[in-house]
Ligand binder design. Structure first.
Ligand SMILES: Cc1cc2nc3c(=O)[nH]c(=O)nc-3n(C[C@H](O)[C@H](O)[C@H](O)COP(=O)(O)OP(=O)(O)OC[C@H]3O[C@@H](n4cnc5c(N)ncnc54)[C@H](O)[C@@H]3O)c2cc1C
Length: 363
């Protein structure tokens, strides 16, 4: 089990440490990297500004196969075999070739952290010079550094690009108590001109939100509107920026994984399984460095190339993301009906799953 030490007030003692691998960010991507390093003999440190699992970063929906592959079903909340898509003129129901599930964020993080072997400290990462990461509690040095810090890409070189100019979508959701049976999506300009609304039930709560591909569109009012339209109380807000363009997965000797590398899929904004997938890939390369099977330079090259082989899939989805808002709402209904053909649904959803397939966990 990892050693955890959340420091508050006077306990927030200065940090001055050395380690073999420093993982910055303790959410999906960072925890997946750590999992692959367990038992490899490396001294691994992980830092995050919050305790592990303290701040939920998403609606926590994922293909069930990923929860099973990573032995994380203990965090499972609800499973759906069907996706319901509403437009102003129709409602389409797609029977999926695989199921989708919601899970509990703190429980999943705790289970995933338990598969790793690392020291954990709460600290805010401010930047880096060479092998030294600067935090609000002091400095940590490591030859291998991972940025799993999310969309800000804190350890990237150059000036960070801030929204709304960056390639970012924005998402906001509320978490009212209650229950429901269906996984629902709204493609409806009443809620967002380019993007979608969602309702993801998770046992005793329903996660209702709106995501906009255009970062200039503020989603607060329409998230409230969607919640009210569903007779849900708009309580328990949680939102963030969501990258919708893949970026270089290595830069300046640092490994980037998850949202920091733009590993969130455009169009669907599904970024959990991809954060896990690329986190595992990154962790495997680092494990080979630690065990002396390859150099750091080789690991950077191999991981960067691995991520780049997925670029065409991310860019293809970005093209569809840009296309859909241009389709007149009336034309969406016949389009959705056509795409509802069973063979097409199976084909498209299986290809979609293959972008980051759960078999990678054991592969
Ligand atoms: C409203 C909303 C709903 C979403 N729903 C889904 C969904 O249902 N399914 C799905 O697949 N994707 C969803 N996404 C996208 C998904 O949340 C992200 O793609 C995913 O969280 C990326 O994981 P990550 O580990 O790369 O980054 P994050 O989960 O963002 O984790 C980054 C970590 O770094 C820490 N951190 C950040 N900056 C610092 C710093 N300076 N110092 C120290 N620590 C820092 C944070 O505390 C956090 O723990 C949603 C996004 C939003 C905004």
């Amino acid at each position: 089990m990892p050693t955890r030490a959340t420091k508050r007030g006077a306990d927030r003692t200065p940090l001055d440490r050395d380690c073999d691998v420093l993982i910055c960010g303790a959410s999906f991507a960072g925890l997946a990297v750590a999992r692959e390093l367990a038992g490899k003999g490396a001294q691994v440190m992980m830092i995050d500004r919050y305790e592990i699992g303290e701040r939920q970063t998403s609606a926590c929906g994922i293909p069930t196969l990923w929860l099973e592959a990573l032995d994380l079903m203990g965090s499972h909340r609800q499973t759906f075999g069907e996706l319901v898509i509403h437009t102003p003129h129709t409602t389409a129901r797609y029977r999926l070739p695989w199921t989708f599930s919601t899970f509990d964020y703190p429980e999943l993080c705790s289970l995933l952290a338990g598969q790793g072997d690392f020291q954990f400290e709460t600290a805010k990462v401010d930047g880096r010079s060479a092998d030294t990461v600067h935090t609000d509690r002091g400095e940590i040095r490591a030859p291998l550094i991972v940025d799993a810090l999310g969309w800000r890409r804190v350890l990237g070189g150059g000036e960070p690009i801030q929204p709304p100019d960056a390639y970012l979508s924005r998402g906001l959701e509320v978490h009212p108590e209650g229950s429901a049976d269906e996984l629902e999506i709204w493609i409806d300009r009443r809620y967002v001109p380019a993007g979608y609304g969602w309702s993801f039930p998770a046992d005793r709560e329903v996660r209702v939100g709106v995501g906009s591909f255009d970062p200039r569109f503020h989603v607060k009012d329409t998230t409230v509107q969607l919640a009210r339209d569903l007779d849900r109380e708009p309580v328990g807000y949680q939102g963030n920026w969501i990258p919708h363009r893949i970026r270089e997965a290595t830069e300046g000797g640092v490994f980037f994984t998850g949202d920091s590398a733009g590993h969130c899929l455009p169009l669907t904004a599904e970024g959990i399984r991809t954060a896990l997938y690329f986190g595992i890939a990154c962790g495997r390369e680092l494990a080979d460095v630690v065990s002396g099977r390859q150099t750091k330079a080789a690991a950077l090259a191999r991981y960067g190339a691995f991520s780049a082989t997925h670029r065409w899939q991310f860019e293809w989805m970005l093209r569809v993301q840009r296309l859909i808002p241009r389709i007149p709402p009336r034309a969406l209904a016949p389009g959705l009906r056509l795409m509802g053909d069973r063979r097409f649904v199976d084909w498209s959803f299986n290809h979609y799953l293959a972008i980051a397939h759960p078999s990678f966990v054991t592969g």
